[in-house]
Design a protein around this ligand. Structure first.
Ligand code: UDP
Length: 162
């Protein structure tokens, strides 16, 4: 009698990851992305304009660190990535660790920020905090993939046979 294995399938999820300017650790971060089993669905190096950086971090417009953050983000090329994996948003946040590397070194010493962040501002990596933000920022950085036009010539999904 064949044993039946019950498996649950969760569809892959996308998140936006950014390797921020000036990190000396781009290669190690890319290696970690591979090692953790993320699929790199899109990748490009971009220098953000001030305007784009302000838009990207608009949720932080009122924060005291906003202008420093914008300066930092457009100081050099960012590596923009769409990472795809089951539970990608949460897993990439976990891989990054807490915002402040001092805290990261205490609570998540293996995390990317514990290892590679300079300080709370220059903390090497970004990751979307939820799926809604992920979708929105992926569109902002990579553009819309466009509408999928239904192919009317395709056979119907269900056959009449059964
Ligand atoms: N940041 C900062 N000072 C702070 C908090 C945040 O300079 O006290 C910067 C830091 O680069 C961080 C970014 O602003 O990554 C966005 O902050 P957020 O609270 O969204 O942290 P994240 O989601 O990146 O961990």
């Amino acid at each position: 009698e064949a044993e039946k294995e019950i498996s649950f399938f969760f569809p892959p999820e996308d998140t936006l990851a950014v390797i921020k300017p000036d990190t000396q650790h781009k290669e190690e971060i890319l290696e970690e992305i591979q090692a953790k089993g993320f699929t790199i669905s899109q990748l490009k190096d971009t220098i953000l304009s001030r305007e784009m950086a302000e838009e990207f971090y608009k949720e932080h417009r009122e924060k005291p660190f906003f202008s420093q953050l914008v300066d930092y983000m457009c100081r050099g090329p960012c590596t923009m990535l769409v990472l795809t994996k089951e539970n990608a948003v949460q897993e990439w946040r976990a891989a990054m660790g807490p915002t402040d590397p001092d805290q990261a070194r205490l609570t998540a010493p293996e995390s990317l920020r514990a290892r590679f962040a300079k300080d709370v501002l220059e903390n090497a990596v970004h990751g979307s905090s939820n799926t809604e933000h992920a979708d929105q920022k992926i569109k902002f950085i990579f553009g819309d993939i466009g509408e999928i036009i239904p192919d009317t010539a395709s056979p119907p999904l269900e056959t009449e046979e059964s």
